[in-house]
Design a protein around this ligand. Sequence first.
Ligand code: SF4
Length: 335
Amino acid sequence: MVHQAKTVRRLLLKWYGDHKRDLPWRHTQDPYRIWISEVMLQQTRVAAVIPYYERFLALFPDAAALASAPEQKLLAAWAGLGYYSRARNLRKAARAIVELSHFPDDYAALRELPGVGDYTAAALASIAFGRPHAALDGNVARVLGRMLAERGDIKSQAVRNNLRALAGALLDPKQPGEFNQALMELGATVCVPKRPLCGACPVRPYCLARRQGLENQLPAGAGRPSASRRKKHLLVIEKENKILLWQRPADSSRLAGFWELPELESIPGATIHGGVAGFRHTIVNTTYLVQVQRAALRSRPSGFRWLAKGDLEDLPLSTTAKKALARLSRSEPRA
Ligand code: SF4
């Protein structure tokens, strides 16, 4: 396929020009904005990212604003996107950029920034600065794995190295940013994980998986392990327009600094009232079956705080707490 690289490039870039989605970060050459979009898009769907991206940039329009962002404001702006180390690393990297007095413009310097790995450095170097680096994310790996009819585990280092070599050989040196985005877009919209839309694919004639009828079987190792289930029982305890919450400590392995609703087991003296709401919430490989109830308390237990309901929007609330409060208010009859 490498000797057909020119044709593959041309077909792919033409298809991208005709079919790319109109996304806010495709209207800018500002490396800061492209960087924020790339980090938000890791592990999060495009449709979910768009409102976060716009709100985040309104709050922190440049690296200087992000570098001086207070922790609680930063986490509140990120709340719901998950993987909160990404937000903290963004701020650390913004501080490094402010110290440098310019945005690093090549792969090696970008790679030095906190939280910037191979993929993000290559994506930024190519999209924002036109540097010839191939960016291999999950979408691109799937497309290339199918084009090669790669039967090995797509997550293994040996296969990744193969795919990286192919991505590098196919990369258009004159338009590396467009080429990388074209491959990502193909993976996101046509060469999707289940039932790829090969009939709409511009590189179909060069795809070995398609030619061998294996497009639905490959790549191997792409499926997610099935999630285990756990029950969680949350309480909503209110007093004078305030709500009882606790904050995860700064060294917590998950959601450090985030506010949570109390769990039933942590408040033995609570009197449970009605108003049950339930929902599911999946974190990595665990699906929580969450039950929410109203409750009352005589006195505040240690480790908890009463916080004004009106202040909650500006605080980092965990997604389960947000969902629980929203479901409970929806489940109750209006006055
Ligand atoms: Fe993916 Fe099908 Fe295109 Fe091959 S032909 S790259 S399997 S969409």
